[in-house]
Design a protein around this ligand. Structure first.
Ligand SMILES: NC(=O)c1ccc[n+]([C@@H]2O[C@H](COP(=O)([O-])OP(=O)(O)OC[C@H]3O[C@@H](n4cnc5c(N)ncnc54)[C@H](OP(=O)(O)O)[C@@H]3O)[C@@H](O)[C@H]2O)c1
Length: 249
């Protein structure tokens, strides 16, 4: 397996991003960890790499284009060309009815989950294409295949469309594009649903799936695998989903 790749992970301060940082560091890669809660990133970096030779922390709000540009600049200065970009930072809408919420709630979800991966990919792609080497890995969701929550699902359906299309557009260039679509995972994002009896995989399961893509690039990976059955059911028998939603207390 390739080691010592230069990898940027957005949203590395908790959940899937943090687990991905741990798994990628153990595999020997050089990491740039980006998010807003820098103190959490610093703690993680200190634990993984006290010497600071293989981990760089960059404070970054992915909704701010200037901060994305600074992130790429700092990553470049420390480790050279970016070889792997993991677009993981994301938010759930956290609201039942977006039509009753301030209009900014719409921007928050779409800018974080969809626009930022476009913007960051735009910043790394020219160099990846000229070196004929690179991998963009987008973290989507099963909610990008099964419509469950209009705002969040819209952001992840769009990201899925971007990821699958970009992969096709770049076939033969040496740059891979993959989408990882997790089901329910035990992270701070799903805290409210924890204890409800819903089965939840640990974030390390997703992290290992992301790492596995470096060895075997694929268009899309669904984790845990059995969500693939639910997606198939949704395609063939969508009325079952309607019934489940209507039966919700
Ligand atoms: N947990 C699940 O069941 C599940 C299922 C499917 C998909 N996903 C996706 O997996 C990804 C990771 O989510 P998670 O479950 O690990 O949730 P999480 O623990 O809440 O992590 C979300 C991460 O995104 C970062 N983030 C949010 N807004 C940001 C912003 N404006 N700028 C920079 N970073 C930002 C957060 O960092 P800061 O707050 O430090 O900025 C945090 O590190 C998301 O894209 C999510 O949609 C999760």
């Amino acid at each position: 397996m390739n080691q010592n790749l230069h990898v940027i992970i957005t949203g590395a301060s908790s959940g899937i991003g943090e687990a991905t940082a741990r798994v990628f560091f153990a595999a020997g890669h050089r990491l740039v960890l980006a998010s807003r809660r820098t103190e959490l990133l610093e703690q993680l970096a200190q634990e993984l790499d006290p010497s600071g030779t293989r981990v760089l922390v960059v404070p970054c709000d992915v909704r701010q284009t200037s901060q994305l540009e600074a992130l790429i600049q700092m990553a470049h200065t420390k480790f050279g060309a970016v070889q792997v970009l993991v677009n993981n930072a994301g938010v759930d809408s956290g609201i039942e009815a977006w039509w009753d919420a301030p209009a900014e709630a719409i921007d928050l979800v779409l800018e974080t989950n969809t626009t930022a991966p476009f913007r960051l990919s735009r910043l790394v792609l020219p160099e990846m294409l000229s070196s004929k080497h690179g991998h963009i890995i987008n973290i989507g969701s099963v909610a990008g295949q099964i419509a469950v929550s209009s705002l969040y699902s819209a952001s992840k359906f769009a990201l899925r469309g971007m990821s699958l299309s970009l992969r096709r557009e770049l076939l033969g260039t040496g740059v891979h594009v993959s989408l990882v679509s997790p089901g329910y995972i035990r992270t701070p994002m799903t805290q409210a649903a924890q204890g409800s009896g819903l089965p939840m995989a640990e974030p390390v399961v997703v992290a290992k799936a992301i790492l596995g893509l470096l060895e075997r690039p694929r268009a899309e990976v669904i984790v845990p695998w059995w969500y693939g059955i639910l997606i198939g059911l949704e395609r063939q028998l969508p009325f079952i989903g309607d019934k489940i939603v209507q039966a919700k207390p």
